[in-house]
Design a protein around this ligand. Structure first.
Ligand SMILES: [Zn+2]
Length: 326
């Protein structure tokens, strides 16, 4: 009898050991309280590498009386788990919603951990197109090559609730004393971008509509839509108290990151528009597209030439498809 009980006990310990070991190894992430019940998780200002292991975008969460709303999921399944462990250090309330500002890897590839914990995933309808695109396949392959261990449990997750409708229209999700207005901001930076207004605090989660403390990245989306999106943000929410971007720290009014991002993108469009008018080739237009006052801004060296090239090709299309003036 004693031997049998002892045997079962040994068996239980053996069964639990891997689970405990995994939980112990899961390192939490630094969490910053940015407003009552509202927390930011700030990623590194850098490109993906083996040091930051894909922790190069922000996420955040709001603890309401009825559960937790998470905004963005970070860049790998492992980071999604670490985000969940970090939330668990603050509250044991259920995770009710995960809202993805957009489908880029650094913001959405940790989704599985939140989904498996019971969250309803809210994302732009364009996410479904993204998950069937070659862009998606190549980005997953790239991450698997650089950080295979962290990407091991990766799987594509379609939104449970897809946001579409007219540009700048909203859907509202209420939870406890909070409401979350989720706005469709078109595809200015990805296959589909959202902005979230958290009430009653009046905090805007703007995703990658503006960047704080680094050079923007324009790899898909549309530069013209970025300018329209920033204009809309400024006029629609004049009383916003705080803005949380997808990269860099949260900002208070007058939100200088909006002006900085706007000016940079507008300047790219002016420069590339002039190059096209002068009949310059893509190569020479990109060579001459230098912004010396931006040299010291992080990620200029990595992103700027690519941004120039993207905007040149984009504007070439605009000229090509522009309606003829009578
Ligand atoms: Zn981003």
């Amino acid at each position: 009898m004693i031997a049998r009980i002892f045997g079962r006990w040994v068996m239980l310990v053996l069964l639990l050991t891997p689970v405990l070991a995994q939980a112990e190894k899961l390192e939490t992430l630094p969490v910053t309280r940015i407003a009552p019940n509202t927390y930011a998780v700030y990623g590194h200002i850098a490109q993906l590498n083996t040091q930051n292991r894909g922790f190069n975008g922000n996420a955040g969460f709001v603890v309401t009386t009825d559960g937790v709303v998470v905004i963005d999921a970070l860049g790998t399944p492992l980071l999604g788990k670490r985000l969940l462990a970090s939330i668990r250090k603050i509250t044991n309330k259920p995770i009710r919603y995960l809202i993805l500002t957009h489908n880029h890897p650094d913001h959405s590839y940790g989704t599985s951990a939140l989904k498996d914990s019971g969250a309803t995933v809210i994302a732009h309808a364009g996410t479904q197109d993204y998950l069937h695109s070659s862009d998606f396949e190549s980005s997953v392959d790239y991450r698997r090559e650089i950080i295979p261990q962290d990407m091991r449990e990766f799987r594509a997750i379609a939104p449970d609730q897809a946001i579409d409708g007219d540009i700048f229209s909203k859907q509202v999700f209420r939870l406890g004393k909070h409401s979350f207005e989720v706005y469709n901001v078109d595809h200015h930076h990805s296959y589909g971008d959202l902005v979230i207004r958290q009430l009653p605090e009046n905090i805007l989660w703007i995703g990658d509509l503006a960047f704080n403390g680094r050079t923007t990245y324009i790899g898909d989306g549309h530069s013209g839509a970025t300018l329209k999106g920033i204009d809309w943000l400024r006029s629609a929410f004049p009383d916003a108290k705080l803005m949380m971007p997808g990269h860099g720290k949260a900002q208070r009014p007058p939100f200088p990151m909006l002006q900085q991002t706007y000016r940079y993108v507008e300047r790219l469009r002016t420069k590339m528009g002039q190059a096209l008018e002068a009949g310059e080739s893509l190569e020479s237009a990109v060579d001459e597209c230098d912004f010396p006052d931006w040299h010291k801004v992080p990620l200029y060296a990595e992103n700027h030439r690519r941004n120039c090239s993207f905007v040149y090709r984009e504007m070439e299309q605009e000229v090509f498809f522009a309606p003829e003036t009578p």
